[in-house]
Design a protein around this ligand. Structure first.
Ligand code: 5GP
Ligand code: MN
Length: 331
């Protein structure tokens, strides 16, 4: 990982410019959208002009977040005349997607703020902290350290970013600082019960139907160490699924006793397959396994977009997982 910029260098870049685009990775999750809203709104509070971008727009499941209506689909905005583009939660520049790459191509300064260990530190200023469990937590530290305003919108967005990326403050990456941050956000008026209900008790019935379909494809290795399920295109069409409907469902199979690696295979348009992977053992590095196929992410949660068909993709990926389990001395 290359040298990080300091918060004060980022603060100076903010102070020296007036127009910004804040953007995150394709198929955004809570950390991606939450970080974009949290930082974007702080910039607006400073009187800056801010465009909120995502290649795929804001997913329905996050529309409860105040400010989310400002997130524009990058492919619909043309090339923006902004001075600064800030990518958030985006491990590789390309992962903002083609529409976003085009929209921000005239920005004269690119700032990259992220927590993925695989982030090479692209951009003119980059701040990558793999020890932070969510990009939202880095945004919190940035706002506090620079004395920037933490508005109601930024407060709620940070909480959603960190809660969703830590599995409700459960994953091993969750730190003392994460809980201190959450306590501070509650102190600033965050309604814990209400926001958690909006995040977690608010799913469309369609998602439960998806769970039923996935369970019908459930399979595992003879030794029980690997468990997986498939989402073929036919099911996506039949259930009229939205991109984010499958978000987080893999947690259900990861939770099985004895499972070390859980994998989810999903058909994408254009014959590609999305692989979503979770490891429960630090000796089996999901990011490295996914890296074999050009993907990446975190040690315990990673992903790939790779060529299909799904059946072949599954066999290739399972073979590398088996290798990794063997090398770790687990099987
Ligand atoms: P998820 O399985 O929830 O989609 O993603 C888990 C983690 O893996 C996220 O941190 C995400 O950034 C990373 N990830 C998912 N898909 C890809 C991919 O296609 N390429 C890379 N480099 N990382 C990915
Ligand atoms: Mn994240």
């Amino acid at each position: 990982m290359p040298n990080n910029a300091t918060f004060s260098e980022i603060g100076k870049a903010i102070a020296d410019h007036n127009s910004f685009a804040v953007v995150s990775h394709v198929r955004p999750d809570g950390d991606a959208i939450g970080s974009v809203l949290a930082l974007g709104h702080a910039l607006e509070q400073l009187g800056k002009s801010v465009r909120y971008l995502n290649n795929d727009g804001c997913p329905k499941s996050l529309e409860f977040l105040p400010g989310s209506e400002k997130v524009e689909i990058s492919g619909e905005v043309g090339v923006l005349e902004v001075e600064v583009a800030i990518t958030l939660d985006t491990a590789a520049h390309m992962r903002i997607g083609e529409g976003s790459l085009e929209a921000i191509k005239n920005a004269k300064l690119l700032i990259n703020i992220d927590h993925h260990i695989s982030n090479p530190g692209y951009g003119d200023l980059s701040y990558v902290d793999p020890n932070s469990p969510a990009t939202g937590q880095i945004i919190y530290e940035l706002l506090i350290s620079l004395g920037l305003p933490v508005s109601r919108i930024s407060r709620d967005s940070i909480y959603v970013a960190v809660s969703t990326d830590t599995g409700s403050f459960q994953y091993p990456g969750t730190t003392q600082r994460t809980y201190e941050m959450a306590a501070d956000l509650v102190g600033r008026g965050l309604n814990v019960g209400k926001i958690n209900q909006l995040i977690y008790d608010n799913q469309p019935y369609r998602r439960v139907e998806l769970m039923r379909a996935l369970l019908n494809t459930l399979d595992r290795s003879d030794d029980g160490l690997i468990v997986w399920w498939d989402l073929p295109m036919a099911t996506k069409n039949e259930l009229e699924l939205m991109d984010d409907d499958s978000e987080g469902l893999i947690d259900f199979i990861r939770s099985v006793h004895g499972v070390v690696v859980a994998v989810f295979f999903e058909d994408l348009d254009g014959g590609k397959v999305r692989v979503s992977m979770r490891s429960k053992d630090a000796r089996v590095n999901a990011s490295e396994i996914c890296g074999v196929f050009g993907g990446g992410g975190h040690a315990l949660a990673a992903g790939i977009r790779m060529p299909g068909p799904l059946d072949e993709t599954r066999e290739k990926v399972l073979a590398v997982i088996r290798e990794s389990l063997k090398r770790a001395g687990i099987s």
